[in-house]
Design a protein around this ligand. Structure first.
Ligand SMILES: [Mn+2]
Length: 346
């Protein structure tokens, strides 16, 4: 048997930019169907764990909560992510609600202590630290982890945080430094991270950022994977979304109709600089594209209008006639004669 790790489905996501009302609904539905196909793929005896951000928002309408409950039911564990929690007392998030409705809920929340969760599966031992309210709690939880190397099967640490992020962090997200990670890969066979949407790895793949399962906007377009730990303890990616469904064309290519209606495009970007007079043509073509491609989720038209080039004209100051003649004759044999006569009249 194998064990599947995946993350950040962001159920309930609603994007108002670069969408139509229909494509907005389709994007939300697509995220749900993708999560559903993943948990169904893993249901034949394979366990699966979602590493966080099951929901895009803390609170959701009931239809979205129902989607989340359906997905979570088929998971062995669902870590809470920063999007899933209210980060304050007295406020019940959709994820926390799901946790309270069922006694054997797979939802893992412990955001206000340094505690972690430990589970054992035939393929591995799993230690999970879901989202914490503060970086301090997160650092405390990491520091409390000791040697988890099992002799009989691999041990896997599951986190929901940024990795080696140099940016000033907002309060609601956590960061794992490379230094902390260096210690953790000594304690565990694999360190797997949810939260960042684009997959990447460090320490020769011992630390793996899973990346989400489908793009949620233009900022997280990349090939998407679920990560499979086989019974030999080897982790391999399985492609679940191909970034070729994203196209970026300059406006001239776009207007030349580079793709037929039968070729799927989910995310389209139109770029370049066009004469202002062509912008309405591009906008019209975008409308036609939406109509011909009902599978399209987002279109971003970022074509810039050419700056109107102004001819630089040197305006001569209004000069009196004798001065203009003097300027025009400068450097010619007539200049001296002109100066001679000019001297006689002035
Ligand atoms: Mn997150």
């Amino acid at each position: 048997m194998s064990m599947y790790f995946w993350t950040d489905p962001h159920l309930g996501l609603s994007r108002t930019s670069h969408t139509t009302p229909a494509s907005r609904r389709l994007l939300q539905q697509t995220l749900y169907l993708q999560a559903k196909s993943i948990v169904e793929m893993t249901c034949f005896g394979h366990a699966n764990i979602c590493l966080g951000d099951l929901f895009d928002s803390t609170e959701n309408e009931e239809a979205v909560i129902a989607q989340g409950a359906e997905i979570a039911e088929k998971c062995s564990l669902v870590l809470s992510g920063n999007h899933d929690l209210a980060n304050r007392d007295g406020k019940l998030s959709s994820l926390a609600l799901m946790g309270t409705l069922s006694n054997d809920s797979p939802v893992a929340i412990c955001d206000d202590t340094i505690d972690h969760f430990r589970l054992s599966f035939p393929e591995c031992y799993a230690v999970a630290i879901p989202h914490k309210r503060t970086q301090e709690l997160f650092d405390g939880a990491l520091a409390a982890l000791d040697n988890n190397r099992g002799k009989d099967r691999p041990s896997v640490l599951l986190l929901h945080c940024n990795y080696d992020s140099g940016y000033a962090k907002d309060e609601a997200t956590l960061n794992l430094t490379r230094e902390q990670a260096g210690r953790l890969v000594e304690l565990f066979d694999y360190v797997l991270l949810g939260h960042e949407h684009i997959a990447r790895s460090d320490f020769d793949g011992r630390l793996q950022i899973l990346g989400n399962i489908r793009p949620t906007s233009f900022s997280d377009i990349s090939d998407k994977y679920v990560w499979v730990l086989d019974n030999k303890g080897i982790l391999t990616p399985e492609l679940v979304w191909n970034s070729e469904l994203h196209k970026a064309w300059d406006w001239e290519t776009f207007l030349s109709g580079p793709i037929g209606a039968e070729d799927p495009v989910e995310f389209l970007e139109i770029t370049g600089t066009a004469p202002a007079a062509r912008l309405p043509d591009i906008a019209r073509e975008v409308q036609k594209f939406w109509a011909a491609h009902p599978e399209t989720l987002m279109v971003r038209n970022i074509v810039k209008a050419e700056a109107i080039a102004l001819e630089q004209i040197t305006v001569n100051k209004a000069l009196d006639v004798p001065t203009r003649i003097t300027e025009e004759l400068q450097g010619t044999p007539l200049a001296a004669i002109w100066q001679h006569y000019l001297g006689q009249i002035q």
